[in-house]
Design a protein around this ligand. Structure first.
Ligand code: TZP
Ligand code: MG
Length: 214
């Protein structure tokens, strides 16, 4: 499968966020996520310099490859390029996607965070390969960002091509997942629930099954 096919096949997207795990846990925690069959792993480190993220990314990239998982760098297209990651994820304030596309080329995966139905459509139109849509619920992983609830999920997916990946994000956990699925979500990004769970691998497997992936 090429990158695009692997992206389309992926239902559960995980993030190793250095706000939740200390750096010495990056590799062991990533291994536990990958052992559960995660399709995409993102490295997110909001308080680290790009050079530092690059060093961590160089360790993670071969591990993801070994497990057949796509590897995405948050925020820094240059880092994604220099370590040969599968792509980059950019928020609304992270600049135009065109610049990242010309740096990374047509085969790289470029994701965009979106926080409303209008932004979701905008992300597709500006050439994102997938979007994150949320936060659905208030979440400590993205403090200060208004929660958008569940009401728009089905409509957003309906206004986009059927195979265009919309990853719902923000506050998805054991308690909220049933309502997220009932609202029509088919793909999810989950951060703190997975990173803080005593059985990371088992939870990845269980959520993938709930999303119809495994
Ligand atoms: N963007 C929107 S919500 C969010 C990001 C990065 C954080 C999601 O984390 P969690 O812990 O799964 O709520
Ligand atoms: Mg960003």
């Amino acid at each position: 499968m090429n990158r695009m096919e692997r992206l389309t096949a992926c239902r559960l997207y995980g993030i190793v966020d250095l706000g939740y795990i200390p750096e010495d846990q990056l590799i062991p925690v990533s291994k536990k996520l990958l052992a559960g069959g995660l399709g995409i792993l993102q490295l997110r480190a909001k308080n680290h310099a790009p050079e530092h993220i690059e060093r961590m990314g160089r360790q993670l990239a071969p591990l993801c490859r070994e497990y057949g998982c796509l590897f995405i760098i948050n925020d820094y297209p240059e880092v994604a390029r220099s370590i040969g990651a599968d792509g980059v994820h950019l928020g609304q304030e992270d600049g135009k996607l065109e610049a990242a596309r010309s740096l990374l080329g047509p085969d790289a995966l470029i994701g965009r965070s979106t926080h409303s139905p209008e932004q979701a459509l905008g992300g597709f139109r500006e050439g994102a390969d997938y979007i994150g849509f949320g936060p659905l619920f208030p979440t400590g992983t993205k403090p200060g960002r208004q929660a958008i609830g569940l009401e728009h999920i089905a409509g957003v997916q309906a206004q986009l091509p059927e195979d265009f990946p919309v990853f719902c994000i923000g506050g998805i956990n054991k308690a909220t997942l049933p309502a997220v699925l009932d609202a029509g979500a088919t793909r999810a990004v989950i951060v703190s629930w997975l990173l803080t769970h005593p059985d990371i691998t088992g939870t990845v497997e269980a959520v993938r099954r709930r999303l119809g992936e495994a």
